[in-house]
Design a protein around this ligand. Structure first.
Ligand code: SAM
Length: 329
């Protein structure tokens, strides 16, 4: 890897402190795209006045949220608190969405703790004004597990709607091959098997997606330092199915800016927020990098590569943790 691999930024306070001087965001700031397309706010998803400040007088047709789960990735928060907090940003989403719009939420299910927070979150959604539409599973390539359990490779994605939005899935191309044979049906008096009936080798996207590669360091879209990046292909599938060109897409948990970048690529506008100035800066740099160089991420480098080369303190710190990591291996 060139220019230092970055460790997980969210769990390294010292590194965050060293990166802050290079961030154009402070709490409360909103960057407005000079082209008039996108907005990035260093704002709290749960704060209604901050979100209405972000939205101004505009409304979105699609929300794609990937909140921090209350296990593994983030500091432990109990399910009850997680759900109470979720109610706030779900409500803020409702108020930011137009009539006939869609809401997608990536959520975790801890198999060691009754699949929380998923079931409690679903029950909370029952009290909202959204309608439940689908429970999608995306298959991850890398799983975790032991010899004593099924390897955990699923990623849950919930789909809700406000009223009755359009759904453009027929236009959706997938790389999901027809795997299973044996579903026979008589067509024109002849018994046919399911793989001979359709012309395509692929099936349309149902609610199980097995054709999306999880982001890893060898992919161009990889953003080093971000631990929870969603694949562009997954966001693109959602955007194409549930919004139209020039529509506004909101994502209150930007992190590496995947929804922002996918909106740019697919001619949507994106209003996105993150509580952390560092992740707001990374999202903005990702957009600028794409606009300047056509690249979707940094693959073998990272968003702060130039600063690391010139900032001795930052370089020294990274060297020390890299040494630590290699000594621990
Ligand atoms: C799981 S990550 C999102 C990953 C993102 N979908 C991507 O592809 O990069 C969650 C993000 O939510 C941010 N976050 C946590 N609490 C927040 C809050 N109250 N308001 C806004 N953002 C928050 C974190 O800083 C983190 O970057």
């Amino acid at each position: 890897m060139q220019n230092f691999p970055l460790p997980r930024i969210d769990s390294d306070e010292e590194l965050q402190k060293l990166l802050i001087p290079y961030c154009r965001f402070r709490k409360g700031d909103v960057w407005t795209d000079p082209t008039g397309k996108h907005k990035i706010g260093c704002l709290d998803a749960g704060d209604s006045s901050e979100i209405s400040y972000l939205m101004g007088s505009e409304l979105a047709s699609l929300a794609v949220h990937d909140p921090p789960y209350n296990f593994v990735a983030f500091e432990e928060m109990d399910e009850k608190k997680f759900v109470e907090w979720s109610k706030l940003w779900v409500n803020n989403s409702y108020n930011s969405l137009m009539q006939n719009s869609s809401l997608y939420i990536w959520l975790g299910a801890d198999q060691k703790n009754h699949f929380q927070p998923l079931p409690d979150f679903m029950l909370m959604m029952k009290t909202s004004d959204f309608n439940s539409r689908s429970f999608i599973t995306m298959r991850n390539q890398r799983g975790y597990g032991t010899q004593k359990n099924w390897m955990s490779v699923r990623q849950e994605l919930l789909y809700y709607t406000k009223d009755n939005p359009a759904f453009n899935v027929d236009a959706e191309y997938t790389d999901i091959p027809k795997i299973l044979k044996g579903y026979y049906k008589f067509v024109g008096g002849k018994e046919t098997e399911n793989t001979e009936r359709g012309k395509s080798e692929f099936i349309r996207a149902g609610n199980v997606w097995v054709d999306i590669q999880q982001v890893f360091y060898r992919m161009e879209e990889n953003v080093n330092g971000c631990y929870a990046q969603k694949p562009l292909k997954a966001i693109e599938r959602i955007i194409n199915a549930s919004s139209n060109r020039q529509d506004i897409v909101i994502d209150f948990f930007a992190h590496s800016g995947t929804t922002l970048l996918s909106s740019e690529i697919n001619n949507r506008r994106c209003f996105t927020t993150d509580l952390s100035p560092v992740f707001c800066e990374i999202s903005l740099r990702r957009l600028e990098n794409y606009r300047n160089l056509g690249k979707t991420g940094w693959q073998n480098s990272n968003p702060f590569a130039e600063e690391i080369l010139t900032d001795k303190k930052l370089k020294k710190y990274l060297n020390s943790i890299l040494d630590l990591n290699s000594n621990n291996q």
